[in-house]
Design a protein around this ligand. Structure first.
Ligand SMILES: Cc1ncc(COP(=O)(O)O)c(C=O)c1O
Length: 439
């Protein structure tokens, strides 16, 4: 199933790159595989691998790709910028315009700082919260993923859940762990109890308002309002991690629409049009604490570089057009409904949770409300489904904890083809169930 060119690259990659991959979530090891697919090129909703095989993909680079690969507006913007220069190490006009656009779309962000990744955005937001409150504790939620800074690698989701230490990373000093509390998501009583005990020391409550890293898990009614109330009640700041959600579900952020009252907002992925671009922002009085005006240091050689912001601006232009999010929602619904119906027709124990253009198909029913429940799924069956889909030219994330992402690059035919492939994959799963075990 993995072509000879991918196999050959895999042998070289294992020699030269730690574990053969530059990010563990790309590895096929959790799927029981060896060589992953090496991709040569991409267009629209398709990837083409080094062996010339084409895949309809719902990986979307783990979220950033929302407009489809090779969009001419992004390519034109990059070409123009390329001729003017890639990196100056000075302020540049594009970063000002990009920052203005983010602030205009997100009232909670009176000012922003541009960075180069979601990890940097969250890491800096935590530092800002600690600088603002003079407190040490960070509260996060099990199964949320916030990048790979030390503070947030405690009971984390996404790639760290399947490929690295089961969500707890080695190399994180005890001193750092002691300053983190990780609680079950969707459990207000747990937060209430913590606040009663240690509220005076909490700098920040950090949350993905809709989790995309233990599969798509949505907040229960009143949960985000409760999180905000408890955090603010004890003088802590709310950090809204919308690295996946921001500009994915609407033009702007989703947290405040569903009950969260953020003090600091983190962005990444979709805002960069596929280039390295993240951001964090807050009201002016908080942002004034950042150097060179204030005592909190945060910097970056590549931060707000002209090439990334050119791609970011072109992406925001595309996303600001009328009906974009309606289109994404409709295509997301077509795919999700089609896949779920196909699986249920075969009597499989599955469920699905979708928000707009992202969803997770769970090999359990009902869908999970938290990380403990998300971990209770039929892992062998997910693995089998992953391979059945790959064999039929559908590339999914190699993990049960990721989302399927639909992009503007997917056509109606792509969706129909993926649903048909899922129906065949489910049929193969059901057929293997029907075989006598001692045959
Ligand atoms: C919610 C969330 N926050 C932060 C990050 C880290 O972003 P990056 O991988 O760009 O460092 C991720 C990455 O998956 C994420 O999903």
């Amino acid at each position: 199933m993995i072509g000879p060119q991918s196999e050959a690259l895999w042998r070289r990659a294992q020699e030269a790159i730690a574990g053969g991959v530059n990010s563990p979530a790309r590895s096929f090891r959790p799927m029981g595989g060896d060589a992953p697919v090496f991709v040569q090129s991409a267009q629209g909703g398709h990837l083409v691998d080094v062996d010339g095989r084409s895949y309809i993909e719902f990986l979307a680079a783990f979220g950033p790709n929302i407009i489809g690969h090779g969009h001419p507006q992004v390519l034109d913007a990059l070409e123009r910028q390329m001729r003017q220069g890639l990196l100056f190490g000075t302020p540049c006009p594009g970063e000002v315009e990009f920052a203005e656009r983010l602030c205009a779309a997100i009232p909670e962000m009176e000012q922003v700082r541009l960075v180069s990744s979601g990890t940097e955005a969250v890491m800096s937001a935590i530092r800002l919260a600690r600088a603002a409150t003079g407190r040490r504790l960070v509260v996060k939620f099990d199964g949320n993923y916030h990048g790979h800074a030390d503070t947030v690698l405690v009971r984390t989701g996404s790639g760290a859940a399947t490929a690295g230490g089961g969500g707890d990373s080695g190399g994180v000093p005890d001193g750092v762990r002691q300053d983190v509390r990780s609680l079950p998501y969707n459990d207000l009583a747990a937060l209430e109890e913590l606040v009663a005990r240690e509220g005076g020391e909490i700098a920040a409550v950090l949350i993905e308002p809709i989790s995309g890293n233990m599969g798509v898990v949505t907040p229960q009614p009143g949960y985000l309002e409760g999180v905000s109330r408890l955090a603010h009640g004890c003088g802590a700041l709310v950090i809204d991690d919308e690295v996946i959600l921001g500009f994915r579900l609407r033009y702007g952020i989703i947290g405040p629409q569903i009950g969260l009252s953020p003090d600091i907002v983190c962005l990444g992925k979709a805002i960069g049009g596929g280039l390295a671009l993240g951001a964090y922002g807050a009201r002016r009085e908080l942002m004034r604490l950042i150097a060179p005006l204030g005592p909190m240091f945060q910097a970056g050689t590549l931060a707000g570089n002209p090439f990334s912001v050119a791609a970011g601006l072109a992406s925001l232009d595309i996303l600001a057009a009328p009906d974009v999010y309606e289109t994404l929602d409709r295509r997301g619904a077509e795919l999700a409904d089609g896949v779920l119906a196909a699986g249920l027709r075969h009597g499989l124990r599955i469920s699905l949770r979708r928000v707009g253009s992202m969803f997770t198909l769970f090999f359990r029913d009902p869908p999970p409300r938290n990380y403990a429940e998300a971990k209770e799924h039929d892992a062998p069956r997910f693995r089998r489904f992953f391979w059945e889909m790959l064999q039929r030219g559908i590339y999914l994330a190699p993990s049960p904890y990721e989302a399927w992402f639909v992009t503007l690059g997917h056509t109606g035919e792509d969706i129909a083809e993926a649903v048909a492939a899922a129906a065949e994959a489910f049929a193969a799963l059901a057929a293997s169930d029907a075989q006598p075990k001692d045959a």
